[in-house]
Design a protein around this ligand. Structure first.
Ligand code: ADP
Ligand code: MG
Length: 728
């Protein structure tokens, strides 16, 4: 794949800001499309203005003064012969003040307000009058601080003029070729060039609504192009990977895999069987697996991961398991250890664990174990992907709660397989590689990603062309569904009563404190206060506190008190209630916990609420989740908060939750920041543009086969330097 040309050295702050927006090449600029438009093609008489209109007027300055009360401001009166208007600026430069001197003739544009001082504009944009009026709407681009619209407009114009905008869609002969576009509402007449010049300078008579909701044919063309680029790049990655080699891992009769199955305290569910087989099939192939295992909270993903690890270790390779939090790493470690260590020890194999908070000495030992290959199983947090970690022969990388990791981190873990190239030999014969001509073939580990925040199935299948998906659609038997209740904050006391009742039955309780976005410190105050209040209300009960700022050792100690064996009758020291900030969000497993209270539930995202709720209902006890909500000053909850809480009460099914979440948030955000660490689609909307996605999915493989150069050009044009990222 050709490298992206190196960026020109940025000198001015505005140029740097351009780079920050990812606008490096001419084509990047040309594809930087307006958010909205301003109509500067017309001048309106002040006498004809209605309150609330956003208009452009041309008038003469009749007064200009700086006042200091109630605060420093520049007040400018203008008169266009039909009426006067007051322009008010709270921040202004001396140069602007000068341009607005009495007698100056200006064009000002802004929203007009009424009031007893007459017409007013707050912070209008303005310039000296004169010159012709523009004939097209003025685009307003997405920008960042330090990058003025005027500068950006000029840069975009330049990009548009210089970029190669030749058509990359095959002209004919394919189902998605230009001649057939009209079938899906794309008018074949709109070329990329036409679409872009139109969107950057639409004629003033265009229906603005079709531009704003992206239904205009020019937008359709761009969305189709974007989706095609995404499909092509995923297919390219998939095909490239098929040519890469990974160790072939076959389960042996009587091997670790079977031994593990024999020692498990339960039998696998049918779903666990099925996905384990899907994974085992992939592992036995010489091409690296790239599989997403999705299953609701509590569906038993850990054991599926353990079985895959067993196959890998049994074949003589190393397996790494990466989790987003230290607590979770600890839990996995204990659980997998309990299962696997007795099986590994007789083979002379060890397990290692790596976290950020580990003591240097311990860490050094672990690194040595990993590098020598003695550690067959490595569990840890982000620490696993640090440079110092060298695997002797990594064959399987498992990422738990994958949506919590960024793309870069996933790539880093995959590249670990090649961290000690001298140390390996791959027994399989070398298949022809697409990147032929290079020396030793790249070896990749198999990659298993796990998530409890499922991507709605249809979306996963169609969007991630590059990913195999396995789904655990069944919970282990004996679970009673969690009953979810909405309770207003004013009824807190009743909730404390409920807690007492659960404790009396020997159960345990989680109390999760709100997420306060602005400040971690505030989170803490809140959790501390709640902790104190509950301790007082529940004399004789051990109430623990867990938050993200605590040293790791302390966190572990608190968790140990909470997870302590419930069957132990003399467990007087066992913690009854755990008050925590959202650090427990993912994966913690305490089957004896039967009540989850979430304070200020209205502040949490839907999938987060569902994850939290998944902490209870893990044993046979009837469990409940209380969503304590507060409306604050407002008389009622906001619309999206209400929709989220309603969904929580109405369904316990993770897929349904994901679907509702998608509805509430929109897929852009869903797949963007959350799922991948970087927004992938800028223009297309997967919910609204399903037909375009179908079209792109159909065309992509044929285009790769029959017009590889066009396909490559298309991907480069749209994704440029980002293509590497989309493969992760
Ligand atoms: P998650 O999918 O959320 O990671 P876990 O792997 O933590 O779920 O499993 C949840 C609980 O269910 C654990 O206590 C686990 O030991 C238990 N479990 C897993 N599979 C089964 C099964 N087939 N039968 C009974 N219990 C199971
Ligand atoms: Mg889990």
């Amino acid at each position: 794949m050709p490298a992206t040309p190196p960026a020109k050295p940025a000198t001015s702050p505005a140029q740097k800001a351009l780079l920050k927006l990812g606008l490096r090449r001419d084509i990047d600029l040309a594809l930087h499309l307006p958010l909205r438009y301003e109509d500067e093609t017309r001048i309106v008489r002040l006498a004809d203005v209605r309150e609330g209109d956003t208009v452009q007027v041309e008038a003469t300055v009749t007064a200009c003064e700086v006042t200091f009360r109630p605060r420093r401001q520049l007040l400018v009166t203008v008169d266009d012969g039909s009426d006067t208007c007051l322009l008010r600026f709270f921040s202004f430069y001396p140069s602007q003040q000068k341009a607005l001197a009495v007698g100056a003739r200006i064009r000002a544009r802004g929203e007009v307000r009424g009031g007893f001082a007459g017409l007013t504009m707050m912070h209008p944009s303005f310039r000296a009058a004169g010159g012709e009026l523009p004939t097209a709407l003025t685009p307003v681009y997405p920008t960042v601080a330090g990058l003025p619209q005027a500068y950006l407009r000029k840069a975009v114009l330049g990009g548009l003029a210089h970029a190669d905008l030749s058509d990359t869609l095959p002209a004919s002969g394919l189902p998605g070729s230009r001649e057939n576009l009209s079938k899906i509402g794309l008018q074949p007449l709109w070329s990329l060039r036409e679409s872009l010049s139109f969107l950057h300078h639409p004629a003033p008579d265009v229906a603005l609504a079709t531009l704003e909701d992206h239904s205009h044919p020019a937008w359709q063309r761009l969305k189709a192009e974007e989706l095609l680029a995404q499909q092509l790049s995923q297919l390219q990655a998939k095909r490239a990977r098929a040519g890469l080699r990974a160790p072939t891992l076959q389960p042996r009769r009587g091997g670790l895999h079977e031994q593990l199955l024999a020692v498990l305290p339960f039998t696998l569910t049918r779903a666990q069987h099925r996905v384990s087989e899907e994974i085992a099939r992939d592992l036995a192939l010489p091409a690296p697996m790239h599989r997403l295992l999705q299953g609701d909270v509590g569906s038993g993903k850990t054991v599926v991961a353990a079985l895959a690890a067993a196959i890998c270790i049994d074949a003589g390779w190393q397996c790494a398991l990466m989790t987003p939090t230290e607590i979770l790493a600890g839990q996995h470690f204990t659980k997998l250890l309990g299962w696997l260590e007795p099986l590994l020890a007789p083979l002379g194999l060890r397990t290692a664990w790596l976290t950020g908070s580990q003591k240097t000495k311990e860490r050094r030992e672990m690194l040595a174990l990993i590098e020598s290959g003695e550690a067959a199983l490595v569990i840890g947090t982000h620490a696993v992907i640090q440079d110092k970690v060298v695997f002797k022969r990594l064959a399987l990388a498992i990422i738990d709660e994958q949506h919590r990791f960024g793309v870069a981190q996933r790539l880093a873990l995959r590249s670990k397989a090649n961290s000690a190239p001298g140390a390996l030999h791959v027994p399989a014969p070398t298949p022809a590689l697409p990147r032929a001509g290079e020396g030793a073939p790249q070896r990749e580990p198999h990659l298993l990603m796990m998530t409890a925040t499922p991507i709605p199935r249809t979306l996963a299948m169609s969007y991630y062309a590059d990913l195999e998906v396995s789904t655990l659609d069944e919970l282990p038997p004996g679970r009673t569904p969690v009953v979810t209740k909405l309770v207003h904050e004013a009824r807190r006391d009743e909730v404390v009563e409920r807690i007492r009742a659960q404790l009396a039955q020997g159960r345990q309780v989680y109390w999760v404190c709100p997420l306060i976005e602005e400040s971690e410190a505030l989170d803490l105050v809140n959790a501390t206060q709640t902790h104190a209040a509950l301790s007082e209300a529940l004399p004789g009960v051990l109430v623990g506190l867990l938050h993200s700022r605590m040293p790791a050792a302390e966190k572990r100690a608190v968790m140990a008190l909470f997870t302590g064996d419930p069957g132990d009758a003399g467990a007087a020291g066992r913690m009854g209630v755990l008050v925590s900030t959202t650090v427990i969000e993912v994966g913690v497993d305490v089957p004896n916990a039967s009540l989850m209270v979430i304070e200020h539930a209205e502040r949490f995202g839907l999938s987060q609420l569902h994850q939290l709720r998944g902490r209870v209902g893990r044993g046979a006890a009837a469990s409940a989740c209380v969503l304590l909500y507060s409306t604050g000053e407002a008389p009622r909850l906001g619309e999206t908060a209400r929709a989220r809480l309603k969904a929580m009460v109405e369904t316990g099914d993770g897929f349904e939750i994901a679907r509702r979440d998608l509805e509430i948030r929109g897929p852009g955000e869903f797949l963007g920041a959350r799922q991948s660490g970087a927004p992938l689609l800028r223009f297309a909307d997967l919910a609204l543009d399903a037909d375009l996605l179908d079209w792109a999915r159909n065309l992509a493989p044929r285009m790769l086969d029959q017009h590889p150069e066009l396909a490559e050009k298309h991907v480069q044009r749209w994704l440029g330097g980002r293509a590497e990222y989309l493969k992760a």
